[in-house]
Design a binder for this molecule. Sequence first.
Ligand code: NAD
Ligand code: TDX
Length: 329
Amino acid sequence: MKILVTGGAGFIGSNFIHYWLAKYPADSIVNLDLLTYAGHLSSLSDIENDPRYSFIQGDITDAVTVEKAITGVDLIVHFAAESHVDRSILDPLVFVRTNVLGTQILLEAARKHSVRFHHVGTDEVFGALPLESDLKFTESTPYDPRSPYSASKAASDHLVRAYFHTFGLPITITNCSNNFGPFQDPEKFISRMITNLLTGQKVKVYGDGKYVRDWLFVEDHCRAIDEVVHRGQVGETYLVGGLTEDFNNLEITRKVLQIMGKDDSEIEFVTDRPGHDRRYAVDWSKIQRELGWEPTKDFDACLKATVDWYQAHEDWWKPLKAQSEAIYK
Ligand code: NAD
Ligand code: TDX
């Protein structure tokens, strides 16, 4: 199989390329990535000369580039997006451009060439759950996005389904919860926290810290996409989530502090994010029931492995750190 991965120089895309080439030695991957601030070829330096891998620097909103990249491709796995909620509050336009228009351009190319399309979505499209509840998002939860990021991702999900219903394009969608792990840009909560601590800065906790995310180790996400691509039902959506038992941001912070031998004096409460979604929780029983997927990893062990990875890969994240902090100045 020849796969077009979009956004393969980003966090999840680069983990996915590593995962796939290791598991399926006969497959090849074309990585189409614009290399925005979030795209890092340093995440793929170990495979840059692998004959099964090729890279095209280009924009998914550019139909000519996409047409070139799709040649001979059997499957598109679409990760490319503007992905950071805080940035979407500062500059929403590029989120609409990349996440909505870019997805449409790819869908159109996939339609023209009859290519199977897997869309990587987020649980944020479903809005926010109350803190004191055991409610979870399911595949039938109504969409209720609340940030420019989640609104643009919601629009892209709708377009993907529209291409299935209107044009019969063979699509699948996964909506996944918060990922963490190696190669995550230091702008996101866990990677920012670890790299702040490694550079003598405090952990910045938004608001009261009582915000809940459904954390998933990135490799588990890659495995879920693998299952859906191979055995998922065309036209269907699968929710993907973790096993973190409703730890809030403050509890996650304390776990990282403990792993790194630090204490609460490293916590700084800062101004809250506007429109901050209180709680996300994902019911992933459909993918478990139909495809046998479940998050197998122990959360604490994955968190420790992630801290270890950042400690050992300063050369990867140090050059990115000043830029990721600049948006908060
Ligand atoms: P990321 O920001 O780390 O990477 C995005 C990649 O897309 C970068 O390499 C960037 O250069 C590329 N890109 C951006 N605009 C582009 C364009 N116009 N053309 C081509 N490439 C472009 O993102 P991520 O965290 O790896 O997320 C990947 C996907 O997974 C996104 O669609 C995101 O919405 C979704 N998702 C992320 C999470 C998470 O926790 N990170 C959870 C659920 C879903
Ligand atoms: O410094 C911080 N301090 C803090 O308290 C940062 C960066 C975040 N936070 C909080 C905000 C959230 O409650 O931590 C939580 C996680 O924040 P992010 O890492 O920015 O992730 P989130 O906004 O939940 O969105 C992420 O998960 C879903 C990804 O960025 C999205 O791309 C994905 O779709």
